[in-house]
Write a protein that binds this ligand. Structure first.
Ligand code: MLT
Ligand code: MN
Ligand code: ZN
Length: 340
């Protein structure tokens, strides 16, 4: 895995362990417990559908990703992996780049010949950039999916990713009810301790979806019951209302839709005729863009992900990148990692 880059984890764990060591030499009555459970979150892919650079695109940012390594570098399609113990991992969205992305999960000794490094796959929608990887993991023989009924229906009937995958592997589906946390389960059937809650967000259903039922596009909050650590993953989000902002404010880490800088980004470049909002993605900039409200959220780690190849925040030296960082928000990158 020569191309695997791992930046190391951002988070409180190092301080936690240092505190634990310092306290253990003092009065036992004031000794604080070690943080024994640490939720690990790995940003496997930070680009939107098509990746960066997109194969058929020579917009200014895609050109930079090909020709100017100091200004921009390639990124894979949107996905994260979450683990509460560093051993059992859950993918949130399975991208077409999943094979390369799984190489970022820290390796562990494998006793036999075959080993599936993930325990389950949680989906935010049925878009191709989030679900083609399900079929690509068919060699795993048994897969466990967590998704809403609307997403499962589109995978069954429209993209047919589920019937195709089932020709190779058994697929166990846990249907997520909106607003009701579901317990995640390890491959061996034991409880994992993480829970996931899906909540509906404004969005555009996939263009091939025959139903537009509630839950076609969701955000996820993953909670560790033992430590209380919370991570929100919302790669597609057409609006930020008070209810959603309140929900995100409870989290230690938020990974939010950073697809477009401006509503007319694709129109200005002459490569699209729909605005960002019409595509179900609230743009970052402007008075009613996401950054203005995101910046004010009292959340420790605020990150943009699912970044489209045209978005100028991808350029390390752009004014748009500086504006995001000055607001206390990170432009997510493949290999970024946090401990909560
Ligand atoms: C989106 O994020 O809007 C979709 O992924 C679009 C696409 O995949 O074509
Ligand atoms: Mn997408
Ligand atoms: Zn481009």
């Amino acid at each position: 895995m020569g191309t695997t880059r791992f930046h190391g984890f951002h988070g409180r764990s190092t301080e936690g362990f240092r505190d634990g060591l310092a306290d253990s030499s003092g009065d036992p009555r004031t000794t604080r417990p070690y943080i024994v459970r640490i939720v690990h979150v790995l940003l496997l892919g930070s680009a939107a559908g098509g990746g960066f650079p997109q194969w058929n695109c020579w917009c200014p940012t895609c050109r930079a990703a090909r020709d100017m390594p100091g200004r921009a570098h390639p990124r894979t399609q949107s996905s994260i992996a979450v683990s509460a113990d560093g051993t059992h991992w859950f993918l949130c969205n399975a991208s077409p780049d999943v094979r390369e992305q799984l190489g970022r999960i820290p390796p562990r000794p494998v006793p036999g010949t075959r080993h599936v490094p993930i325990d389950g796959i949680i989906l935010t929608d049925a878009e191709l950039d989030h679900t083609l990887g399900v079929a690509l993991l068919r060699e795993g023989r048994a897969l466990h999916l967590y998704a809403t009924g609307a997403v499962v229906d589109t995978l069954e009937r429209d993209s047919r990713i589920l019937p195709v995958t089932r020709a190779f592997a058994s697929v166990h589906v846990t249907t997520l009810q909106l607003g009701e946390p579901a317990a995640l389960v390890n491959r061996d059937g034991s409880p994992n301790g993480l829970r996931v809650e899906a909540f509906a967000v404004a969005g555009d259903p996939p263009r091939f979806a025959s139903n537009q039922t509630d839950g076609h596009t969701v955000g996820l909050v993953i909670v560790d019951a033992a430590s209380g650590a919370r991570c929100a993953f919302v790669p597609g989000c057409g609006a930020l209302d008070e209810a959603l902002l309140d929900r995100l404010a409870q989290c230690d880490l938020v990974l939010l839709d950073g697809t477009f800088w401006s509503d007319d980004e694709l129109i200005q470049l002459g490569i699209g005729d729909r605005g960002a909002r019409a595509m179900g993605h609230l743009p970052i900039s402007g008075d009613d863009g996401s950054l203005e409200r995101y910046a004010r959220l009292p959340v420790r780690h605020k990150v943009y992900t699912h970044i489209n190849n045209t978005n100028p925040v991808l350029l390390t030296d752009s004014a748009e990148r500086r504006a995001v960082e000055a607001a206390g928000v990170v432009v997510g990158d493949d290999g970024d990692a946090w401990q909560l």
